[in-house]
Design a binder for this molecule. Structure first.
Ligand SMILES: Cc1ncc(COP(=O)(O)O)c(C=O)c1O
Length: 482
């Protein structure tokens, strides 16, 4: 064999570098949890980062073990999710054992499209999606699939809704201009919901926004009005898409009355539970997803609140058969069934063909620690958010946007006597400065045209002291901007 190929596949090189990598990552974890000098975010403007990367790319590797210096470089230039002061976007610091499973899955690379290219991992996917359907209380006909992210999950759920609800066979006949299909969508939905509707060819007219109350939850009383208006405008409404919880403020829509509304009006009920669906595994916060058992489709991201590395999402259908109808297709080289197929050739039921062996991480965490791990993690994060809200109430010159329902807390620095436009500028600048300094990583959002700082308390090691110091830091930066 050619020498480069020999080198690329050499098991001993893999072994040596692998051992070094695991040692390096274990030391890194230790440091991320405990080293006060490590920044959560080694910030660098994009152009500077691109130039640094280009220079590195054009520099030849040196030494016997060049990969180790590459690993060090990756770590040094990445944001540190395991750092207790990481409070930015909704990405989980993965449980280290899930990352190890991911390494094995990556090397084995079983591609999952049909059973024979991923026998064990196909069975694992069935096991974890069946378990999830049953945990959500979706009933004995529930079944689902794993997808590479919640965005694909939402598209898959809404594709199924369209196929099931359209007044003609849209999969076979295509979109008909004479019928304007529409989905009723929370005005606080993640953008992937509206994007899915547009991908399906329904355009702006297909996205009908449902107003929210002052807690950013769908107002069930507004649903009827919005629905009637849509019908009066000649739209054929196929579904309602609700949040559990919303991205911006972490608000849970009242799923039970929305489910009732969908049932009475024969609409598909889709729940985007990408972030907050894990509440179902907790004893304390389970009530937040009451009514999810009545959904027709539910999306949950395991890489948000369920401790798995990205990407690992699930879309579960109350009636598992709907997924076959959504994608019924023959492909002589891969798919043989047309209508209802078997469970194990997973490509029959999903947008993706090749995909990663995603289920293994979930399966391993459940076997290792049990569902109690999710209960502990989510309960801790949601409790910490409630404590943070208390702290914000007690701290002068700070204002909470709304009481948090989850681990997403939005607030702002609000010194006396400053008019609202200036307050927006102060909070925006404050967020940028915190990012550039890198000690904490927080983000921002806009609610009713006011800028709020946004934290998602994803890290199980974040303490009350970190939160006190965050407010001190914001206060001192904010004061300097007045
Ligand atoms: C509520 C919600 N839905 C969907 C998504 C998209 O999920 P993904 O990033 O896994 O595609 C997000 C991402 O933040 C989200 O918060």
């Amino acid at each position: 064999m050619a020498s480069l190929l020999n080198a690329a596949y050499n098991p001993e090189t893999f072994r040596k570098n692998g051992h070094l990598l695991v040692d390096l990552l274990a030391d890194y974890l230790d440091k991320a949890f405990t080293d006060p000098n490590l920044k959560a975010l080694p910030w660098m403007p994009p152009e500077e980062m691109a130039a640094k990367c280009k220079e590195d790319f054009n520099t030849p590797w040196e030494g016997d073990m060049p990969l180790i210096s590459f690993f060090e470089k990756i770590i040094a230039n990445s944001i540190h999710l395991h750092h207790p002061r990481y409070m930015g976007h909704q990405v989980v610091p993965p449980a280290p054992m899930a990352a190890l499973v991911e390494l094995a899955a990556t090397l084995l690379n079983n591609s999952m499209a049909v059973y024979e290219v991923g026998p064990f991992s196909s069975a694992v996917e069935k096991q974890v999606t069946d378990w999830l359907g049953s945990s959500l209380g979706l009933g004995e006909n529930a079944a689902g699939i794993l997808t590479s992210g919640g965005t694909i999950g939402n598209l898959t759920g809404l594709l199924a809704a369209r196929q099931h609800q359209a007044p003609y066979n849209i999969w076979e006949e295509g979109n008909k201009n004479s019928v304007q299909l529409a989905v009723l969508v929370s005005s606080e939905s993640h953008y992937s919901i509206a994007r899915a509707v547009k991908i399906m060819g329904m355009g702006d007219e297909g996205v009908v926004k449902i107003p929210v109350n002052n807690r950013m939850e769908i107002d069930p009383n507004a649903l009827e009005r919005v629905y009637r208006n849509a019908i009066n405008e000649g739209k054929h409404v196929i579904a309602v898409a609700a949040n559990a919880c919303s991205t911006s403020t972490g608000s849970y829509d009242p799923l039970e009355p929305i489910a009732g509304f969908c049932k009475s009006n024969n609409l598909w009920f889709h729940v985007d539970a990408a972030h907050g669906g894990g509440a179902v595994f907790t004893r304390k916060y389970k009530h937040l997803v009451k009514g999810i058992e009545n959904a027709d489709s539910v999306v949950i991201d395991f890489h948000k609140m369920l401790l798995c590395p990205a990407l690992t999402s699930a879309v579960i259908f109350k009636n598992g058969d709907t997924a076959y109808e959504t994608f019924s297709q023959k492909a002589s080289y891969l798919l043989s069934q047309e209508k209802k197929g078997n469970w194990f050739d997973i490509a029959q039921r999903t947008l993706e063909c090749t995909k990663k062996m995603m289920g293994l991480k979930i399966y391993a965490l459940l076997k290792l620690y049990g569902v109690q791990l999710f209960d502990e993690y989510i309960t801790h994060a949601y409790d910490l958010a409630a404590e943070f809200a208390e702290l914000i109430h007690e701290t002068p010159n700070f204002e909470l946007a709304i009481e948090p329902a989850s681990n997403i807390v939005c607030f702002r620095f609000i010194p006396q006597g400053i008019e609202s436009e200036k307050l927006n500028t102060i909070n925006l600048t404050c967020c940028d400065k915190i990012k550039e300094e890198g000690e904490f990583y927080i983000v921002r959002t806009t609610i009713n045209e006011m800028v709020y700082l946004r934290t998602t308390l994803m890290n199980p090691f974040t303490t009350n002291k970190d939160l006190v110091q965050l407010l001190d830091k914001i206060h001192s930066i904010g004061q300097s901007l007045i």
